[in-house]
Ligand binder design. Sequence first.
Ligand SMILES: C[S@@+](CC[C@H](N)C(=O)[O-])C[C@H]1O[C@@H](n2cnc3c(N)ncnc32)[C@H](O)[C@@H]1O
Length: 191
Amino acid sequence: MDKSDAKKLLGGEFSFFFDNIDPIIQELKLEKNAKILDVGTGEGKMAITLALKNYRVLTGELESDESQYAKRDWLGSAKKAEVDHLITYTPFNAEKMPFENGSFDIVFISGALHHIKDGQAAFNESVRVIKTNGKICIFEPNLHAIGIIRGRKFPDHPDPVDPRDFNHVKKLSLEIKKTSFYDAYIFQKGV
Ligand SMILES: C[S@@+](CC[C@H](N)C(=O)[O-])C[C@H]1O[C@@H](n2cnc3c(N)ncnc32)[C@H](O)[C@@H]1O
């Protein structure tokens, strides 16, 4: 399906997300067959965005998560956009991932790091599961965005976190890009 048709079908919130995130994904210049992990499936906005750009994605969230942020109908949305065949779901705990060292070219954590109890463990695990020269791309809503999320959708939404706070030990190189809604922290694992 054409991206603009998918955006129309999935609605304004998805469309806004896609337009915010797409330029950053383009700048990452991922290989066509890149091994991609999406941490924290939620509504599936990140996974569906990647799939609409023809990437295969492995995504998952904490099986025991009974919060309003989990077990959303991401599959229904993926089917609507006709990209469900590109997305594989497996439940996992980001704090202790069931993946081998160096399994992925990139890990995305979009709007999810501030929901993970032990963010440091999730960051360390992300570093472990990416290849040498692999990347971790973390999208955290900015303070303006948090106000909108709390006002329109989730009044008790937690504060964003600063992923740099988790990089003191591993000291990965970092590039920060800002959109109107998200701050993107792009870490790269050196040799
Ligand atoms: C707001 S949602 C993320 C939005 C989603 N990335 C999207 O694009 O629509 C937060 C997600 O973090 C997940 N999460 C929270 N703690 C987790 C953990 N320890 N391991 C894996 N996922 C976790 C929740 O289950 C939920 O899926």
